[in-house]
Design a protein around this ligand. Structure first.
Ligand code: FAD
Length: 470
């Protein structure tokens, strides 16, 4: 039935890129079908990414606070225990509510939802292998590929999702591991390491590079690493994993210095492989159509998200750019705006990035190293949360706001925040950068007291003048 009438837009993939594109297209009056193979909408993000990880980060933070911080706030509780099945059930409930919510949004906006694996037959036809074993063909004037990404595997390390897990397995462990080794110190590894560390695991993070989270401002990164180390997370940087033995009861990992040298063995109950993600294009029929891809397997698009085959578009994790849900959503909206004959725009330089540990680290715009590399004269304004009244009032004051502004014009170039809720605080900076604001613009804007956001205002004052409270 779905193939009977031609669509204006056929979206392959129902993640944050695809489902947002489908809803927006329908809102713009375009007849739209979205194809998803998973059985639920929401993609990686809602099913096995952003949402379940944030659910577990919150639950594990509550446990950790109850165990270690409540007493100092005068809240006495006799016994604090983890009920892991209940914690997982709460996470699963959040996920299923949200994924079903998108089905509701599809109905409301009259997006046709087809379950199954989509494959391009031609620039206007997609065949779908449906769950009942059949095949249907969906046709459309425009096709949007929003098939997202998948876990990157490492040579010699087989992911079984039992003892050697990807982020998907790490979101659903049946027991709290005594020892967890995380391979890869990116945001996913550090978030999942935090979850299990708070619940009692001994966590060691092995990273090939010299630093954790390479995209982070190096000064903030140092503070961040120290904060995680205080939480007993151990780091083995400049270290490579050369062997993985799962024959015993646990896992034995053989590691070596990245530059070469003597090997050592790390024992773990669970190993999490979080060494990045790769675009997912297998079985899509792109080669037959001659769609251009880069060496990393990403689909290449122009500024209107068109591939070299004009009716075929691509958005989200499957194209170059930050592999983040909000970026995929922006791509989706802009892509269908172009299809509808309007204008869309996504500025990848202003996509905020957040690590949802505690404290969180959020940033937008350039790091200090990036500014230095451009050769522009700049100023730095910093304000520590130790001098912020709200942070002191709630006894959660580890962190800093750092603002980089062009020396001559005071135009803000980058903002980096480490603090509780930094992921919320960053948005005034995102707006500021989007509007080309100066640090003085933020400093002269009245901020409510007492709030963490006042630290942003004070860092802005420190950028071109002096802060008040330090
Ligand atoms: P996806 O979400 O991957 O969706 C693609 C969908 O397409 C999938 O559902 C897939 O089943 C479907 N599909 C693929 N091929 C076909 C086909 N041929 N036919 C039909 N359907 C198909 N990002 C953030 O911004 N914030 C976070 O806090 C965050 N946390 C994360 C935590 C974890 C553990 C992980 C793994 C990721 C996290 N991300 C986070 C990244 C985020 O999930 C992705 O950037 C985002 O989901 C990309 O959206 P997308 O629509 O491009 O692709």
């Amino acid at each position: 039935a779905s193939g009977a009438e031609e669509n204006d837009v056929v979206v392959i993939g129902g993640g944050p890129g695809g489902y947002v594109a489908a809803i927006k297209a329908a809102q713009l009056g375009l007849k739209t079908t979205c194809i998803e193979k998973r059985g639920t909408l929401g993609g990686t993000c809602l099913n096995v990414g952003c949402i379940p990880s944030k659910a577990l980060l919150h639950s594990s933070h509550m446990y950790h606070e109850a165990k270690h911080s409540f007493a100092s706030h005068g809240v006495k509780i006799s016994q604090v225990e983890v009920d892991l099945p209940a914690m997982m059930a709460q996470k699963d409930k959040a996920v299923s509510n949200l994924t079903r919510g998108i089905e509701g949004l599809f109905k409301k906006n009259k997006v046709n939802y087809v379950k199954g694996f989509g494959k391009l037959l031609s620039p206007s036809e997609v065949s779908v292998d449906t769950p009942d074993g059949g095949t249907t063909v969906v046709t459309g004037k425009n096709i949007i590929i929003a098939t997202g990404s998948d876990v990157k595997s490492l040579p010699g390390i087989a992911i079984d999702e039992k003892k050697v897990v990807s982020s998907t397995g790490a979101l659903a462990l049946a027991e709290i591991p005594k020892k967890l080794v995380v391979i890869g110190a990116g945001y996913i590894g550090l978030e999942m390491g935090s979850v299990w560390g708070r619940l009692g695991s001994e966590v060691t993070v092995v990273e090939f590079a010299a630093d954790i989270v390479p995209s982070m401002d190096s000064e903030v990164r140092k503070l961040f690493q120290r904060a995680l180390e205080k939480q007993k997370m151990k780091f083995m940087l400049k270290t490579k994993v050369v062997g993985c033995d799962v024959t015993g009861p646990g896992v034995k990992l053989t590691v070596e210095p990245a530059a070469g040298g003597p090997a050592t063995t790390l024992e773990a109950d669970i190993v999490l492989v979080s060494a990045g993600r790769v675009p997912f294009t297998a079985g899509l029929g792109l080669e037959a159509l001659g769609v251009n891809m880069d060496k990393a397997g990403r689909i290449l698009v122009d500024e209107q998200f068109k591939t070299n085959v004009p009716s075929v578009h691509a958005i989200g994790d499957v194209i170059p750019g930050p592999m983040l849900a909000h970026k995929a959503e922006e791509d989706g909206v802009a892509c269908v705006e172009f299809i509808a004959g309007k204008h869309g725009h996504v500025d990848y330089a202003l996509v905020p990035g957040v690590v949802y540990t505690h404290p969180e680290v959020a940033s937008v715009g350039q790091t200090e190293d990036q500014v230095k590399a451009t050769g522009v004269a700049y100023r730095v304004g910093k304000f520590p949360f130790m001098a912020n009244s709200r942070a002191k009032a709630i006894d959660d004051a580890e962190g800093v706001v750092k603002i980089l502004a062009e020396k001559e014009t005071d135009k803000i170039l980058g903002v980096h925040i480490m603090s509780p809720n930094a992921g919320e605080l960053i948005h005034e900076a995102v707006i500021a950068l989007q509007y080309g604001a100066s640090s003085e613009d933020i400093a002269r804007t009245c901020h409510a007291h007492p709030t963490m956001s006042e630290a942003v205002k004070e860092a802005a004052m420190a950028t071109y003048d002096k802060p008040i409270h330090i």
